[in-house]
Design a protein around this ligand. Structure first.
Ligand code: GTP
Ligand code: ZN
Length: 347
């Protein structure tokens, strides 16, 4: 039997879906539930809600790929050494495609992803749509956070443009990330027991937001006995506790994560387009030039163009070079015809 301090673990994101798995695992008295906060060359850092420990995974755990955010059963051994003896099945996963094409886990068990974009020159609705597609495919809730509302250009117009373009179910928040007060708008997604992460390009305000959202600014509360390194009460390098109680995971892998998508994922997240497509006059409508196109009538043109571009990217990655050229020629012709039609309309 494993005894768990639910309240302490809730501070680092424990929820019932994870806790329920414990009944199915082979545990011994004294075992603890902990969360991985860092992968190191020789082992792991684990957190139990109040302290961070170094641990090693049992050899059989190497068969599963471990990731920051995972929950594991930890067993204490002599000399203050901990073993991770079992991995709980993650509820959600963010992965990237490695150079050799393999899927590589970056972080697990995220409930909400804050998609961070600046209202300055960084503003790019297409990039946000790409993030949304990836995050939704992973069953993670997206919240668009537009930073630099205090210094951006045409901020009001940009915000409303994005709100109209995206499906209504996706929250769009705009704020000055330096203002803790304005960041309060994010409270609904930052309650205790929740795990969130920040995704967005460099310089968009992820660190600034982290500072505004978290309690103590990395205040060092003590020194760990074993190795004398500074220790944070509840905040580690990669796991921060927000003022509203949620935990925020930040690892280098997330900082550099760029969405990589597939056709099904795209169709699911651009389902507003697919929905209208069923009402186009022609069944194989490309939504570029056909009369009676229900998609062109209803969807923001740039959102439609982005969807088509992303679809092409995805299809291209599965094509031979010759297929790729033929496809490019086909699209160029269609696009030219569409552009000509638009010109005609305006003449
Ligand atoms: N005025 C203003 N400045 C902001 C805002 N958000 C971020 N900044 C500034 O923008 C710069 C970059 O912000 P960071 O928080 O470091 O960006 P980041 O996303 O963490 O960047 P990386 O660490 O490169 O991934 C800093 O100088 C911030 O002070 C905002 O809402 N308003
Ligand atoms: Zn159409």
């Amino acid at each position: 039997m494993i005894t768990i301090d639910f309240d302490a673990l809730r501070n680092i994101g424990l929820n019932n879906q994870i806790a329920a798995q414990l009944a199915t695992l082979d545990t011994a008295p004294g075992d603890c539930l902990m969360r991985i906060t860092q992968l190191q060359r020789e082992g792991l850092l684990l957190h139990d809600g109040s302290t961070e420990y170094t641990a090693r995974p049992l050899p059989r755990l190497y068969e599963d790929e471990l990731a920051v955010g995972d929950w594991v059963v930890a067993r204490s051994r002599e000399h203050g050494e901990w073993w991770a003896t079992a991995r709980l099945a993650p509820i959600t996963e963010i992965a990237r495609r490695a150079n050799d094409g393999r899927r590589q886990l970056i972080v697990t068990n995220i409930d909400t992803a804050l998609l961070v974009m600046g209202l300055d020159d960084d503003f790019n609705p297409r990039r946000i749509e790409r993030y949304i597609a990836m995050v939704q495919a992973a069953d993670i809730a997206p919240v668009v956070v537009l930073t630099k509302a205090d210094i951006g250009q045409d901020t009001a117009a940009r915000v409303s443009q994005l709100q109209h373009r995206l499906p209504r179910a996706i929250p769009v928040i705009f704020l000055n990330a330096l203002s803790a007060g304005e960041c309060e708008q994010l409270a609904p997604w930052l309650q205790t027991g929740q795990t969130v992460c920040l995704l967005g390009a460099s310089g968009t305000g992820k660190s600034t937001l982290t500072n505004s959202l978290t309690l103590a600014r990395q205040s060092t509360a003590g020194v760990r006995k074993r190795d004398g390194r500074g220790m944070h009460t509840t905040t580690t390098r990669s796991l921060h506790i927000c003022r509203d109680g949620a935990c925020l995971i930040d690892t280098p892998g997330l900082r550099t994560w760029r969405p990589d998508t597939d056709e099904q994922t795209l169709a699911a997240t651009f389902d507003d387009i697919e929905l209208h497509a069923s009402r186009c006059q022609f069944r194989d409508c490309t939504h570029l030039q056909e009369p009676g196109c229900a998609v062109r009538a209803a969807i923001d043109p740039d959102r439609l163009a982005n969807y088509q571009k992303l679809l092409r990217d995805v299809r291209r990655s599965g094509q031979t070079p010759l297929q790729r050229i033929a496809e490019r020629v086909r699209w160029k012709t269609l696009e030219r015809a569409a552009a000509a039609r638009i010109r005609q309309k305006h003449e």
